[in-house]
Design a protein around this ligand. Structure first.
Ligand code: ACO
Length: 333
């Protein structure tokens, strides 16, 4: 079974409630129809009656809960929560109300925070920054986690590398500035994500343009230090580096460049040394190898909120909703 079909089956087995704030986009309703018909999740759609009527034409969204952000009996509860969370940042009740009415992603995150939804998906018509900023401000990281990062679950066709062609690539979406500490934490979170979504043991390669000190540079040292930190802080983690991509993936190259490594030649979880490398890397594999690229899925947030590409199809929204629902199932464990 294809990766995403398995995820949909898992989502159906214990249905979660996911909120979709982009009622201004028809793809939301096309996806909602499929999600509801297949029984992947319960849905809340945020929008005014006019937005819903205009954009849902032709789609059957029977069963979705519609919340009008201008006329919602729960609105004061969300305003109060917003102020409780952000008054130190100067947010007043008037500002909270205005922000929630202007940007429904704030509304969606507050519904999650108040326990009225299990997760949220947005980004079909909002940039990554605008999608995730409300979640960073209102939901915050899980206890003990410093930074949220974003991974792609890559499904490479006809590939024996990784876990039969399945990989996690991170960070591809969030942190423009990383250091050794952050990279080590991304390694730990990415390993958890890989295991949660595939059921297989993760083997994390910390990527660089150098393998085991073959090149000397500050950026190589940053990755090598991240490996040391990861070994100290997360002793259970199977992680190694710094490794070049070929040494990480290909057994024959690993024998030459890192012969004693427990990861080289077998890596299935790739941690990139910069956002540029991660973002370009996943798109290269997606476009040139025609790989499935599911994400960016956020890891490290206190509740599951996920982003979409603005070029996404309704089917992509269905997949990301299913992944968000599975993250919500795992949050309770
Ligand atoms: N983890 C946890 N919290 C964070 C993180 C993080 N990685 N980054 C910022 N925050 C918190 C801040 O501490 C701050 O909290 P506070 O308001 O309570 O003090 C809040 O989020 C806002 O932070 P800012 O730095 O003010 O927000 P800003 O909008 O400048 O940056 C953002 C955050 C949106 C994540 C930014 O770093 C960004 O735009 N990253 C790149 C996104 C992107 O464009 N990715 C590539 C495209 S994705 C793709 O191609 C699939």
């Amino acid at each position: 079974m294809a990766f995403i079909d398995e995820i949909k089956e898992r989502a159906k087995a214990d249905k979660k409630t996911i909120v979709l704030p982009e009622s201004m986009d028809k793809r939301t309703f096309e996806a909602a129809e499929k999600i509801l018909k297949e029984g992947i999740a319960n849905l809340i759609i945020i929008g005014t009656p006019e937005e819903i009527a205009e954009n849902s034409k032709g789609y059957d969204i029977t069963g979705a809960t519609i919340v009008d952000p201008f006329n919602d009996p729960n609105k004061q509860k969300y305003i109060d929560k917003f102020v409780e969370l952000r008054s130190k940042k100067g947010v007043t009740p008037e500002m909270a109300k205005e922000q929630m009415e202007k940007d429904y992603m704030y509304y969606a995150c507050l519904m999650c925070k108040c326990g009225d939804a299990d997760g949220a998906v947005s980004g079909a018509c909002h940039s990554t920054g605008n999608t995730i900023r409300p979640a960073l401000q209102l939901l915050k990281t899980k206890p003990g986690i410093g930074s949220v990062s974003g991974f792609f679950l890559m499904e490479v066709p006809d590939c024996e590398l990784g876990e039969n062609g399945l990989f996690v690539f991170a960070d591809c979406a969030v942190n423009p500035d990383v250091d050794s500490e952050k990279l080590a934490e991304i390694a730990m979170l990415s390993a958890e994500s890989f295991e949660a979504f595939t059921g297989a043991k993760s083997k994390v390669a910390m990527l660089s343009f150098s393998s085991y000190g073959s090149a000397k540079h500050d950026r190589v040292t940053m990755v090598a230090d991240a490996v040391k930190i990861a070994h100290e802080k997360y002793p259970e983690l199977t992680v190694d580096g710094e490794l070049q991509l070929d040494a990480a993936l290909v057994p024959e190259v690993a024998k030459l460049k890192a012969p004693d490594s427990k990861v080289a030649g077998q890596a299935n979880t790739l941690v990139f040394p910069s956002l540029e490398a991660g973002n370009i890397g996943y798109k290269l594999v997606q476009r040139l190898a025609k790989a499935g690229a599911y994400g960016p899925v956020l890891q490290g947030l206190s509740m599951p909120v996920n982003d979409l590409s603005r070029g996404c199809f309704a089917e992509d929204i269905v997949g990301v909703v299913a992944m968000t629902a599975v993250q919500a199932q795992n949050a309770g464990k």
